[in-house]
Write a protein that binds this ligand. Structure first.
Ligand SMILES: [Cu+2]
Length: 167
């Protein structure tokens, strides 16, 4: 009698264990995108005096077989953070907000001056060279990655943008 009872309760325990393992593994699969993203060379541009905003740049590398979307950026150093891109509007470079940056399967997306960037709007503290800034990236599945990066001077950056003008 005792043996039978034990067998039943053992089976029940094993079943419950299997269920919880299944639940755990599917949750991990659903919130796994951040683990597949490697962030290289992140930096934030030093805020020009009097400027209401600055931007963060980095290279995002996706080591998975599926495209991953970065859908949100947030930070403590500014009131707002937005995903921005540049568009060439009859020779005038304009910025606009986009809903996501897509990092292709086994590929890279570059956030760089004159292109995609994370806009830090209304800084709550001076963003000066030599300091560090942390930005939290949220991916489509809700997984997050915190990126701590140096603040760098704006010197030389204008030169890169000149290359995009074709005369
Ligand atoms: Cu911008």
């Amino acid at each position: 009698m005792d043996i039978t009872m034990n067998t039943i309760s053992l089976k029940k325990t094993a079943y419950a264990l299997t269920l919880s393992l299944l639940t755990l593994s599917s949750a991990q699969v659903l919130a796994d995108q951040a683990k597949h993203i490697e962030v290289n060379d992140p930096f934030t541009r030093e805020m020009p005096p009097g400027s209401p905003a600055t931007a963060s740049f980095m290279t995002l590398k996706n080591s998975s077989d599926h495209a991953i979307k970065l859908v949100k950026a947030s930070t403590q150093v500014s009131k707002k953070a937005e995903l921005h891109t540049h568009t060439n509007d009859n020779g005038v470079m304009r910025m606009r907000e986009v809903p996501f940056f897509e990092i292709p399967a086994n590929g890279q997306t570059h956030l760089k001056p004159g292109g995609n960037h994370i806009m830090l709007i209304s800084p709550v503290q001076p963003i000066q060279a030599g300091k560090t800034v942390s930005v939290t990236l949220t991916f489509e599945d809700g997984s997050k990655k915190e990126v701590t990066m140096p603040v760098k001077s704006v010197m030389n950056m204008g030169k890169n943008e000149d290359h995009s003008h074709h005369h």
